[in-house]
Design a protein around this ligand. Structure first.
Ligand SMILES: CC(C)(COP(=O)(O)OP(=O)(O)OC[C@H]1O[C@@H](n2cnc3c(N)ncnc32)[C@H](O)[C@@H]1OP(=O)(O)O)[C@@H](O)C(=O)NCCC(=O)NCCS
Length: 165
């Protein structure tokens, strides 16, 4: 397994998202909300905008055959020098529990450490199994947040935080 930092392979990122989201969120949000969010966040123009205008850095995990199996994205947070936000972390359903999620986070921590000690925070749905994954890896709950994402849809999240040293 290997991580490609600053990937521009948005077709592959979109493909992984469309395979992963229905499994991850199928029982948490309605099909209508799932379709709305996937198309809004993962159309190629939107992904390019996130990278070029919002400063999101995409990391792609590939296996030994160079096949993409997961991705993450992160950026600095509100102009703070070394505080970051994790925007996305998704591993294909049939590739989960093999250390790939952890590997993607480690690749991000390596980038953060280039500027010294820092920190990272993220939003996770309060009903998502991934909460236990983050807690196992040392993330702490900062607070709850209910976000209006438009069209009458809401995300019911926790904000999680971790120091990166
Ligand atoms: C959450 C996710 C990214 C984790 O990635 P992964 O590759 O499956 O996890 P890893 O194999 O790297 O797991 C690392 C450690 O966390 C543990 N872990 C993984 N998923 C877990 C879970 N749901 N609950 C508790 N522990 C979990 C693993 O057992 C492993 O422990 P170890 O280091 O003692 O062996 C992945 O399952 C995923 O893509 N889920 C669906 C999408 C999603 O919800 N993403 C998060 C959006 S905020």
């Amino acid at each position: 397994m290997n991580c490609i930092v600053d990937s521009k392979d948005f077709e592959m990122i979109r493909k992984i998202a469309f395979e992963t989201w229905p499994v991850a969120y199928g029982e948490i949000v309605t099909q209508e909300q799932l379709d709305y969010m996937l198309e809004k966040i993962y159309n190629i123009t939107s992904l390019q905008h996130q990278q070029e205008n919002l400063g999101h850095r995409f990391i792609l995990a590939v296996d030994e055959n160079n096949t993409a199996i997961g991705f993450a994205s992160f950026s600095t947070y509100e102009n703070q020098t070394n505080h970051h936000r994790l925007h996305k972390l998704y591993v294909l359903p049939n590739q989960q529990q093999k250390g790939i999620g952890k590997l993607l986070l480690e690749a991000i921590y390596s980038e953060i450490r280039k500027n010294g000690a820092g920190s990272i925070e993220l939003n996770v749905n309060r009903f998502n199994n991934a909460l236990a994954f983050y807690q196992k890896l040392g993330y702490e709950i900062l607070k709850e947040e209910d976000i209006d994402i438009g069209e009458g849809f809401f995300m019911n999240d926790y904000i999680l935080f971790k120091k990166v040293q």
